[in-house]
Design a binder for this molecule. Structure first.
Ligand code: TTP
Ligand code: MN
Ligand code: MN
Ligand code: MN
Length: 369
């Protein structure tokens, strides 16, 4: 490939996949505000503005220094008018009045609360809001609301699930899952992915990829989840694989993939978690409901699945955007397709995928974009 022009060496890329973003965020005061605005755009299904706020947020997270004046934004990519105005407000007043008033907005508050429930998406949240509901108590007391099985479980365990999972709990869940998987297929592997693989201290769930060295052996595992120790499985829903052979990935930056997976809620006993705070142990309840995602991956697609499930969401989005616009390649959680050469590019490791894309390797803990 062409050498990088000297004048561009220090420039920050507009793509998150060409930046190293650790959890050491020097601009949290700005990114917290911008993330709330981005989230509100998602609630309003305003994709354009969502992208504007999300991209500015991501650039600020990657900076090794704190922004302390508007002139410091000069030369940074993705700093459009809307995010600039918010940054300016915060530089002047220490906070953004736009964000402050949004945080008091009825619809924002209700949508945030309702979508935090497992099984509740934007459509349901909006319906509940339009029916006049504002709190979970109101929703739960409602006479004629119909809930899906998933929503019933989400409401039943909402306190535990919204309290976040910590690393020790994620580790304890990992041991339970590994024991179960190895009983089904002794040489299957279980890999922790998602936010915990990026080094996060807490998460809203725990994500695992499961694969086998011999193709096909992984297929029956999920249908044995009911054999998990009695009482451990509070809820599960198996999504069957919709895989099509030699399917060229679409240009949409769609995160949903075609793997067989299981969304579940596990009952984690506190005694299995190391260093549980003493005050938690003397509470009457000695367990916690934890959201777990299991993804079954055929070995040839493992590297793509691992890259896709490691996130962050914005990092993934920009990887696909970079592939499409800069390389004429389509990337998804299964494959990479080179449109110029009309070939599928295979990879055994994430490093090989970055190499196919002509990108420097970015470690998982540098993908917190
Ligand atoms: P999440 O578990 O939603 O997010 P996270 O682990 O980064 O953060 P949190 O602490 O909130 O759990 O998803 C993990 C990654 O998997 C994310 O980048 C999106 C991706 N993903 C897919 O690729 N396909 C899917 O079907 C789903 C549900 C997620
Ligand atoms: Mn996760
Ligand atoms: Mn999430
Ligand atoms: Mn998940």
């Amino acid at each position: 490939s062409d050498p990088v022009p000297v004048s561009k060496v220090a420039a920050i890329s507009q793509y998150a996949c060409q930046r190293r973003t650790t959890l050491n965020n020097k601009n949290k005061i700005f990114t917290d505000a911008l993330e709330i605005l981005a989230e509100n755009c998602e609630f309003n299904e305003n994709e354009r503005s969502y992208v504007v706020f999300a991209r500015a947020t991501s650039v600020l997270k990657s900076l090794p220094y704190a922004i302390s004046s508007m002139t410091m934004l000069e030369g940074l990519p993705n700093m459009e008018v809307q995010p600039r105005a918010i940054i300016e407000e915060i530089l002047e007043d220490g906070k953004s009045s736009t964000v402050e008033s949004l945080l008091c907005d009825e619809r924002y508050k209700a949508t945030k609360l309702f979508t935090s429930i497992f099984g509740v998406g934007l459509k349901t949240a909006d319906r509940w809001y339009r029916l006049g509901f504002r709190t979970l108590e109101e929703v739960q007391a409602a006479k004629d609301l119909k809930f899906t099985k998933m929503q019933k479980a989400g409401l039943m365990y909402c306190e535990d699930i919204s309290s976040f999972v910590n690393k020790a709990e994620a580790h304890a869940v990992g041991q339970i899952i590994e024991k179960f998987v190895h009983k089904c297929v002794p040489n299957a592997t279980v890999t922790l992915t998602g936010g915990f693989r990026r080094g996060k201290e807490i998460g809203h769930d725990v994500d695992f990829l499961i694969t086998c060295p011999e193709e096909g052996k992984e297929e029956g595992i999920l249908h044995k989840v009911h054999s998990l120790p009695q009482g451990l499985l509070l809820y599960y829903d198996i999504i069957e694989s919709t895989m099509e052979k030699n399917k060229i990935p679409s240009k949409q930056y769609d995160v949903m993939d075609k793997f067989q997976k299981c969304f579940m809620i596990l009952k984690l006993n506190n005694t299995l978690v190391q260093n549980t705070e003493p005050e938690r142990q003397i509470e009457s309840k000695d367990w916690k409901a934890i959201r777990v995602d299991l993804v079954i991956v055929p070995i040839q697609q493992y590297a793509y699945a691992l890259l896709g499930w490691s996130g962050s969401r914005h990092f993934e989005r920009d990887l696909r955007r970079f592939s499409y616009h800069e390389k004429r390649m389509n990337l998804d959680n299964h494959v990479l397709y080179d449109k110029t050469k009309k070939v599928f590019l295979t990879a055994k490791t994430e490093e090989e995928i970055f190499a196919h894309l002509g990108l420097e390797y970015i470690e998982p803990w540098e993908r917190n974009a």
